[in-house]
Design a protein around this ligand. Structure first.
Ligand code: NAD
Ligand code: UDP
Length: 310
């Protein structure tokens, strides 16, 4: 039985990962400060003899005998990561240092949950892992983007300098059950408002694109990445190449919910990327992985989840 640490384990992605790891016979430690995560997401695991909750902040050093670390602790929605930007960058940078020190100390493997945001507002489309990105280092999104870029740097330096086994995944927009109603990201905002008959607000003219991946596909890719040979560090893109405009997404949500909500247009936030789509050739090759759940099917499951919550 492996002992696996999941930081951010009470969040949207982390809680699904904890479930999957426990199902496959691991002992799981979930470390979280509950900034954006919730006790509800992991309530069903509390009391399981193979589950342990560590309520603490990742910016503080942590030592524990673990075999694998999935480092996911960090607010991910622009609304939440811009709420306290200094804390956000500290979480990414000091969090990565603390987890890499732990990995080095106990010889654990570390998987870093990085992001497609490292590509910023990309000039190259679709994005391959070789692309270095187009990130504004001083804008409102930088606390997140640059924090995550620095965490990738730290992973590679600990790998080269201290021999730590690291795996970097760049996660593209992911959605599904357990997103918080107030998460602030586009899929949950559109669905919650459609179900409540409120206006759906598109920021800008709605021509910007994103590529949305269903949570189960991502978790599968994460676990496959952790299992790759020790010298394979990535980074590897994990995302669904299906690319949609925000206007297309809004119309699809209206169709699937049967809602009569109106679509309204608001201000486009600063540095909002114009387009985003992963090239997943590397993930296909190294992980034999590709997403299986198309947007329409994933949205139906997510809508059912929010219906049960509202
Ligand atoms: P989330 O906000 O639901 O989860 C983040 C979790 O980290 C929460 O449980 C939160 O309480 C915890 N956390 C935040 N700061 C912490 C700290 N200082 N100490 C301890 N715990 C802390 O978001 P998510 O969508 O589940 O994202 C999880 C990870 O995946 C993040 O690192 C995010 O950057 C990355 N990611 C997510 C997406 C996506 O589309 N969901 C895309 C790219 C990258
Ligand atoms: N967006 C929107 N309405 C919302 C929330 C977001 O139109 O209620 C837009 C946002 O401006 C961006 C896209 O949807 O262009 C994706 O936003 P999200 O915050 O989900 O993710 P990110 O910008 O980090 O990819």
């Amino acid at each position: 039985m492996k002992c696996v640490l999941v930081t951010g384990g009470a969040g949207f992605l982390g809680s699904h990962l904890c479930d999957r790891l426990i199902e496959s016979g691991n002992y799981v430690i979930c470390l979280d400060n509950f900034f954006t995560g919730s006790k509800e997401n992991i309530q069903h695991l509390v009391g399981n003899p193979n589950f342990e909750l560590e309520e603490r902040d990742i910016i503080w050093p942590y030592m524990k005998g673990v075999d694998e670390i999935y480092n996911l602790a960090c607010p991910a929605s622009p609304v939440h990561y811009q709420y306290d930007p200094i804390k956000t960058i500290n979480t990414s940078v000091f969090g990565a240092v603390n987890m890499l020190e732990l990995a080095k100390g106990v010889k654990a493997k570390l998987l870093q949950g990085s992001t497609s945001e490292v590509y910023g507002d990309p000039v190259k489309h679709p994005q391959t892992e070789e692309y270095w990105g187009n990130v504004n280092p001083i804008g409102l999104r930088s606390c997140y983007d640059e924090g995550k870029r620095c965490a990738e740097t730290l992973c590679m330096d600990y790998h080269r300098q201290a021999g730590v086994v690291v795996k970097i995944i760049r996660i593209f927009n992911t959605y599904g059950p357990r997103m918080a109603q107030n998460d602030g990201r586009v899929v949950s905002n559109f669905i919650v408002n459609a179900l409540q008959g409120k206006d759906i607000e598109i920021y800008g003219d709605g021509t910007q694109t994103r590529s949305f991946q269903y949570v189960d596909d991502l978790i599968d890719g994460m676990i496959r990445m952790m299992a790759t040979e020790d010298n394979f560090t990535g980074p590897v893109n994990l995302g669904n190449p299906g690319e949609f405009t925000m206007l297309e997404l809004a119309n699809l949500v209206l169709e699937l919910t049967g809602s009569k909500s109106r679509i309204v247009f608001g201000t486009l936030p600063e540095d909002d990327p114009r387009k985003r789509r992963p090239d997943i050739t590397l993930a296909r090759m190294k992980l034999s992985w590709q997403p299986m759940i198309p947007l329409r099917d994933g949205l139906v499951k997510t809508i059912d989840y929010f219906k049960s919550q509202l």
